[in-house]
Design a protein around this ligand. Structure first.
Ligand code: GTP
Ligand code: MG
Length: 368
């Protein structure tokens, strides 16, 4: 994990630093007393002094291992629903329509910040929607198998039918084992042909219930706000079948939906809490970075002090800008957070050097 400097290694072995520097030189490594050594170099040179260097990587995996839950600790949580589909089939319009049916989000002015997830309160339950279109974030999330999504709402335009990204979306959902609710959109259009869409989708394994299959279908017009309530009911029905639960009473783990560098606030990230409760003051590791939660804002831009499972939140207090799809894990203290972050950064630097074909050896050849 943490690197050891030449001076520290010398002290640990009870040899003079100068002696160690000489030995390193004989191995082709030029160093100074404050120079950090990577594990391989440290163990190689230590073996010359008959010492063995143990990699105290605090075995990253150990610290970050998920804490198993007792069944009684699991509490119901809202479903996370991702809207997917071919370009222009009406994903954003559907999200707009949903937001308009939700009184709370109208009253508070909706989403002004560029946030990729939002929370909708419905009479029969709450839902978290992910606004995927145009998200760089989404590519990363798809690649990671839709880790955060419980349900995919597949939007297919009734006048256009199944297209390339429709198929792609189905494949991603299948790979991730995520159920699909189909929303046939644009039924207000004169050339709309929902039956054709159903036939096409049935061939891809999404047979409607009315035809003996088990896929839930809604026929909607996002533009004219037709069938939106029915779609929301189907989503809640699907969610009910999944019996989604998480333990809110433990240190939080989450996934980065999107992240950016804000001029005034520094690195900010939208994180979806998967389990546990994220609180102000928590220390955490996030991708290559670490930090302490300094401030949190919900999807309506309101400051919040703690956030439970399924909820999206924008956080401040990260040492750098993480990547979409990175996990956020709360750890005991700042020291551990820092160590893991440094360890990961070092690993990444090494991997980058290897990719660039740079070994220490040819590095020195070049210098000479
Ligand atoms: P991308 O984000 O680019 O993939 O597109 P999208 O799937 O989010 O589609 P968007 O909501 O931007 O809609 C594309 C176009 O279709 C817009 O011009 C919408 O007004 C129109 N549209 C969306 N829903 C409906 C609908 O129900 N009926 C009609 N007639 N037009 C619709
Ligand atoms: Mg869109």
């Amino acid at each position: 994990g943490e690197t050891i400097t030449v001076g520290e290694l010398a002290r640990a072995m009870g040899v003079k630093a100068g002696e160690l520097i000489k030995k390193l030189m004989s191995l082709g490594v030029m160093s100074t007393i404050n120079q950090p050594l990577d594990y391989d170099t440290a163990s190689l040179v230590a073996s010359e002094f008959d010492y063995e260097v143990k990699q105290v990587g605090f075995v990253e995996e150990d610290v970050l291992k998920p804490i198993p839950d007792k069944p009684e600790d699991l509490k119901p949580r809202p479903p996370v629903v991702t809207v997917m589909g071919h370009v222009d089939h009406g994903k954003t319009s559907l999200l707009d329509a949903i937001r308009h049916t939700n009184v709370i989000s109208i009253e508070t002015g909706g989403i002004t910040q560029h946030i990729g997830a939002y929370y909708v309160n419905l009479d029969k339950g709450n839902v978290v929607f992910l606004d995927t279109p145009g998200h760089e974030a989404f590519t990363a999330m798809r690649a990671r198998g839709a880790q955060v999504t419980d349900i995919v709402v597949l939007v297919v335009a009734a006048d256009d039918g199944v297209m390339e990204q429709t198929r792609e979306a189905i494949n991603h959902a299948k790979e991730a084992g995520v159920p699909i609710v189909v929303a046939i959109n644009k039924i207000d259009k004169p050339n709309a042909n929902p039956e054709k869409v159903k036939r096409e989708l049935s061939k891809l394994g999404l047979t409607p219930e009315e035809w003996g299959g088990d896929t839930l279908y809604a026929e909607i017009s996002a533009k004219k706000r037709i069938g939106i309530d029915n779609l929301l009911e189907l989503i809640l029905l699907q969610a009910e079948m999944l019996e989604l639960k998480a333990n809110p009473n433990k240190p939080a783990r989450g996934i980065v939906i999107e992240a950016r560098l804000d001029k005034g606030r520094g690195p900010v990230a939208t994180v979806l809490v998967k389990e546990g409760t994220l609180k102000i003051g928590d220390f955490f590791v996030c991708g290559l970075h670490y930090g302490k939660i300094r401030a949190m804002f919900n999807d309506r831009g309101e400051s919040v002090r703690k956030v439970g499972p399924s909820l999206p939140v924008e956080i401040q207090g990260i040492s750098g800008v993480p990547e979409a799809g990175d996990s956020l894990v709360v750890v005991k203290d700042e020291k551990i957070a820092k160590e893991i972050s440094h360890y990961r950064q070092q690993k990444q630097r090494e991997a980058t050097l290897v990719r660039a074909g740079v070994s220490l050896e040819n590095l020195y050849e070049k210098i000479e």
